[in-house]
Design a protein around this ligand. Structure first.
Ligand code: AR6
Length: 173
């Protein structure tokens, strides 16, 4: 296992990292799930800023401040809606991770936390999503010297166990 990678169970809004990643929608105007939790914890200034950003296409990433969050930055990315697997969902999910990690590198930050993008309201199968999340992260970290910590924040024990199993597959023991 890459020492920079951590898997934890909990609420992403509580993470003490430089940036947390938001599983947003293309409007960037907030919503339910992790997006709702991040907007509630950050406060109304976050919506003011994301309104000015003016949206984000699926697979891309946009940066805002974190306001009242412990994290200084929020990297908003928009995962694909699961449609059975034949609408390029795997690739779109992979580039969410890649673009968020590249945004972190551009910010010059060292630590970042991810939720399991697309696996709630957007219905992406959790196991498949975890393999993509970790595969992309491994590929990025193999060529990166700036990030010191990537945290995968699992919501619930089922997700936690699955992420641990997937990490063994992707990163080895
Ligand atoms: N911390 C960490 N993970 C969480 C939290 C939290 N506080 N809350 C939920 N999760 P979802 P999506 C997990 O639905 O599928 C929103 O309305 C949750 O268990 O938040 O990408 C947006 O505005 C799941 O595994 O995001 C979009 O419209 C994962 O986060 C839409 O939902 C993602 O679930 C995006 O759907």
């Amino acid at each position: 296992m890459d020492k920079r990678v951590q898997i934890v169970e909990g609420d992403i809004t509580k993470q003490q990292v430089d940036a947390i990643v938001n599983a947003a929608n293309t409007s960037l105007l907030g919503g339910g799930g992790v997006d709702g939790a991040i907007h509630r914890a950050a406060g109304p200034e976050l919506l003011e800023e994301t309104r000015k950003i003016g949206g984000c296409p699926t697979g891309e990433a946009r940066v805002s401040k974190g306001y009242r969050l412990p994290a200084k930055w929020v990297i908003h990315t928009v995962g694909p809606v699961w449609a059975g697997g034949k609408k390029n969902e795997d690739h779109l999910l992979a580039i969410c991770y890649r673009n968020a990690l590249m945004a972190a590198r551009d910010l010059g930050i060292k630590t970042i936390a991810f939720p399991s993008i697309s696996t709630g309201a957007y219905g992406f199968p959790l196991e498949r999503a975890a393999e993509i999340a970790m595969g992309e992260t491994k590929a990025f970290l193999d060529g990166d010297k700036t990030l010191t910590k990537v945290v995968f924040v699992c919501f619930g024990e089922k997700a936690l166990n699955l992420y641990h199993v997937t990490a063994k597959k992707v990163f080895g023991e």
